[in-house]
Design a protein around this ligand. Structure first.
Ligand code: GUN
Length: 296
């Protein structure tokens, strides 16, 4: 058996970001519209700081406007809801992203519900989730969308493939399963209570793992030739007191068996921001009744 092909999410994301930038330039030229993304960060979580900074930079690089709102960790739910209402009403804002997790005094569900579904570039609002369930067009969560784009690029038509999604979060597992169902895969959503998880995984043509536990899926859970998408980004102790990032799949073991696999870092991670830019462009078009330029 030869070693699995690496799915280069970094290169794929760079191409997608460049394409979004080209389409944003066309939109500016044809309709005098510059899409705007508002990112809201509450508190000082260092990882969230990095994400929000990177999102702002990528947005500007794609020729779109970035608005960053930083609120103290003590912000009340009412104050955050006031900001969301102001962003909903702001004509310059096409996409609203409230960075999660939020401090304990704030009900994340209530904040997500308050975002205008037309500006919900995270795709977390129940209206967009409902559209995804119904197979209707809408804004789709960025991380699973990035996974789907890489799978379609690698495999072409996904119809009839046996897809196993490990993890059932609202952000990744559930929307991923719905997107794969939309592509006519036979989908299994597995989780911590699944009986004989190893056998379920081994049967997958497409294995997507999003559980947030380092190297939880060993190589002998991967079927020969399977396409493995590792969504996990876990920081673990490395050599010499340093830390390093690993996925939810035991990479070297899985690589010896799989047909193709995403590395960590450099796999799914870069695709999330690229898809956020793509969703912002889509939101700007949809809100104005302009045909969206990039298909799923
Ligand atoms: N925190 C971790 N991932 C995400 C994401 O995709 N969107 C938001 N808003 N917060 C996150």
């Amino acid at each position: 058996m030869t070693e699995a092909a690496l799915i280069d999410g970094k290169a794929f994301a760079a191409n997608l970001r460049a394409e979004v930038g080209r389409q944003a330039a066309v939109l500016a030229e044809s309709h005098d519209v510059v899409p705007g993304l508002a990112a809201v960060l509450v508190g000082e979580d260092p990882a969230s700081e990095v994400y929000v900074r990177n999102k702002g930079k990528a947005t500007r690089e794609a020729g779109m406007n970035s608005f960053e709102h930083r609120l103290p960790a003590s912000t009340s739910q009412a104050e955050l809801l006031d900001l969301v209402a102001a962003l909903n009403a702001d004509e310059k804002v096409d996409g609203i992203l409230v960075q999660l997790p939020l401090p304990g005094q704030i009900d994340s569900g209530a904040v997500i519900d308050a975002i205008d579904p037309a500006k919900d570039v995270d795709g977390f609002h129940p209206v967009n989730m409902g559209r995804l369930v119904n197979g209707a067009p809408g804004l789709v969560p960025c991380t699973p969308l990035g996974c789907l784009l890489m799978l379609k690029d690698r495999l072409g038509d996904l119809s009839g493939k046996n897809a196993v999604v490990v993890g059932r979060s609202n952000i990744v597992g559930k929307p991923m399963a719905l997107l794969l169902l939309r592509e006519s895969c036979t989908v299994t959503v597995a989780h911590s209570r699944t009986r004989d998880l190893a056998a379920v995984c081994r049967d997958a043509d497409i294995l997507v793992v999003a559980v947030g536990r380092p190297a939880m899926v060993p190589g002998d859970w991967v079927g020969p030739g399977a396409t493995v998408i590792d969504v996990g980004i876990n920081r673990v102790a490395g050599e010499g007191g340093k830390t390093r990032l690993v996925g939810d799949v035991a990479f070297e073991e899985a690589r010896a068996v799989a047909g193709a696999i995403t590395p960590v870092p450099g796999g799914v991670g870069p695709m999330t921001i690229a898809c956020l830019l793509r969703n912002t462009l889509h939101a700007a078009c949809l809100r104005r009744g302009i045909a969206v330029p990039l298909a799923d």
